[in-house]
Design a protein around this ligand. Structure first.
Ligand code: ZN
Length: 136
């Protein structure tokens, strides 16, 4: 099988000549290069496709998380999440289809609080008091 000329037709005087041409072509540098290009293309297409989908979803999730954080930072009710998401969509951002409700906002903030608490505890544990002039 030759991936690069699937649509082209090879002419020969007889079967033996056709086999000979096919054999010569398969060991040629052009055929090997074409096979490599086809393989790289297949691999890159899949990777690019997955990367695009992931980065798009990641960007939507980041926007939703930032909105939830703003809700908490400004002491707004969780029900404001939906309105703020709608506002950002009106401003032209793609906010995705999920995590719009007040329940999602509460859940996101709960997870965020757990992560921030963990980070704070780690920083306190790793705090080097010898480097701080105010703590003795
Ligand atoms: Zn070929």
């Amino acid at each position: 099988m030759c991936p690069e000329n699937g649509r082209s037709v090879v002419y020969a005087r007889n079967k033996r000549k056709l086999k000979e041409k096919n054999y010569q072509h398969q060991s040629s540098g052009a055929h090997k290069t074409a096979v490599d290009i086809v393989n790289v293309r297949k691999k890159q297409t899949l990777e690019t496709c997955i990367h695009d989908a992931n980065s798009h979803m990641f960007a939507e999730t980041v926007r939703i998380f930032r909105t939830a954080y703003a809700v908490a930072k400004m002491n707004m009710p969780f029900t404001c999440q939906k309105t703020l998401v709608q506002l950002q969509e009106l401003n032209g951002l793609d906010m995705g289809r999920v995590h719009r409700s007040d329940h999602s906002c509460a859940s996101i903030l709960k997870d965020m609080a757990v992560g921030m608490k963990k980070n704070l505890c780690l920083q306190i544990k790793n705090f080097d008091s010898s480097r701080c002039p105010y703590v003795r």
